[in-house]
Write a protein that binds this ligand. Structure first.
Ligand code: FE2
Ligand code: FE2
Length: 265
């Protein structure tokens, strides 16, 4: 049995580096055998420093995806390249968006991808604006129409990755854990105690990944999928199919915490 600690939306950029280090030391002393982090770890100018410090202080395997805010003040392509290179040097740090998946136990696999609020759910014409458009290079270069195209492309990219890795995992494992940043379903898109409305859904949910999950899990009714996500900062649980369970993390920015501990048999 392995004990897993799941966290999301740490937003370490709101903490002085020494407080982040103290938090990592505390995490190292926790009961967890391995750590999952669901994105919005920091912001790009500090992300590599924070991940390096995390890997040095938490002497356990850490599996993570990135969130939209990890790309702030830089580009998606640049941050992904830097993070991939960092993980190639640090053996206890794994970025799930660029690998096929991991065996957590003989019966359980872990897969993941960042996901993206992909403008496929809700009303994009009337959608909220986000700081992403100012602070992420690829999005800042878009007008309103090309922004919708880019968001949908980012969602499709996540969905293609999830389709590939989840299809494979379901052939060999009875249980799969899927770590992502953006809730893949409206029903998992908790926002201030209720589901996000039509104006928030385009930026708060990744419908393309949700479609892949529903299609695949319908084909494997005896297998179980647990989805762990964040992004909306509001906690909740949703059962999408009898075999699909989705947990969304609740966050107080500046106070990183473990969302859930669970055993992998
Ligand atoms: Fe966040
Ligand atoms: Fe986010």
């Amino acid at each position: 049995m392995r004990r897993v600690a799941w966290m999301t939306d740490l937003h370490l950029n709101f903490l002085p580096p020494e407080k982040a280090s103290a938090y990592f030391d505390q995490l190292n002393q926790s009961q967890a055998d391995l750590i999952l982090i669901g994105g919005d770890i920091s912001e790009a100018p500090r992300l590599i420093l924070d991940l390096s410090d995390l890997a040095a202080r938490v002497r356990k395997p850490v599996y993570f995806v990135l969130g939209n805010q990890d790309y702030y003040r830089s580009s998606i392509a640049g941050v992904r390249a830097q993070v991939t290179q960092l993980c190639s040097r640090l053996p206890n740090l794994t970025y799930l968006s660029v690998i096929e998946g991991v065996e957590l136990s003989p019966g359980t696999a872990l897969v993941g991808h960042d996901g993206w609020g992909d403008a496929t759910l809700g009303d994009f014409e009337d959608a909220i604006k986000m700081r992403d458009e100012r602070l992420i290079e690829e999005l800042a270069a878009c007008d309103r129409n090309s922004l919708a195209d880019l968001l949908r492309r980012l969602g499709r990219e996540a969905a293609e990755h999830i389709h590939r890795v989840l299809s494979y995992a379901l052939q060999y494992y009875d249980n799969v854990c899927l770590l992502t940043h953006v809730p893949p379903f409206k029903e998992a898109c908790w926002f201030e105690g209720a589901w996000a409305d039509e104006r928030h859904l385009p930026r708060f949910a990744c419908g393309s990944v949700g479609t892949v999950i529903q299609d695949l899990m319908s084909m494997y009714p005896r297998k179980q999928l647990t989805v762990l996500c964040g992004h909306t900062h509001s906690p909740g649980y949703a059962q999408i199919l009898p075999n699909v369970h989705v947990w969304t993390g609740g966050v107080d920015v500046g106070l990183p915490k473990i969302q859930r501990m669970f055993w992998v048999p």
